[in-house]
Design a protein around this ligand. Structure first.
Ligand code: 5GP
Length: 118
């Protein structure tokens, strides 16, 4: 279990190639790889390379362009992997299920139940 004080974060260790992951997309500022415990047929994490923002609220306030870049990466991966449609989730805070306090988007797609948020 990670905590709010983990640094470098597990995702920074993936970005540094200290922990293996299949890199699906990478730009100067963003990286994407499959979630290790997928909750849908397609479950990708899109992560900014900086770990300075703990959640999407901090990111939106601090660097909205970086948030937009994450969404562009999510969109192009979904075009490749799900035919275009996808669900984007930012768990924000421990009570909402956030376990890694290095902001990341969950991109879910493929065989999602219609109307379901689960
Ligand atoms: P959160 O619960 O913070 O929104 O999402 C963290 C996600 O990171 C979880 O869905 C979890 O399965 C994923 N995760 C945790 N450790 C690793 C890892 O070492 N590699 C990968 N690919 N995903 C991880």
């Amino acid at each position: 279990m990670t905590t709010e004080t983990d640094s470098p974060s597990i995702f920074s260790r993936i970005i540094a190639r200290e922990i293996p992951a299949t890199i699906l997309a990478e730009t100067d500022r963003v990286i994407a790889f499959p979630d290790i415990a997928p909750k849908a047929p397609v479950h990708v994490l899109v992560v900014p390379k900086t770990e300075q923002y703990r959640n999407v609220v901090e990111l939106a306030a601090g660097d909205p362009g970086l948030l937009a870049e994450m969404i562009e990466v999510a969109d192009s991966l979904a075009a490749e992997l799900t035919g275009g449609d996808f669900r984007l989730i930012f768990n924000t805070g421990q009570g909402a299920g956030q376990t890694v306090f290095h902001v990341h988007a969950h991109v879910l797609g493929g065989g999602l139940e219609e109307g379901s948020l689960g």
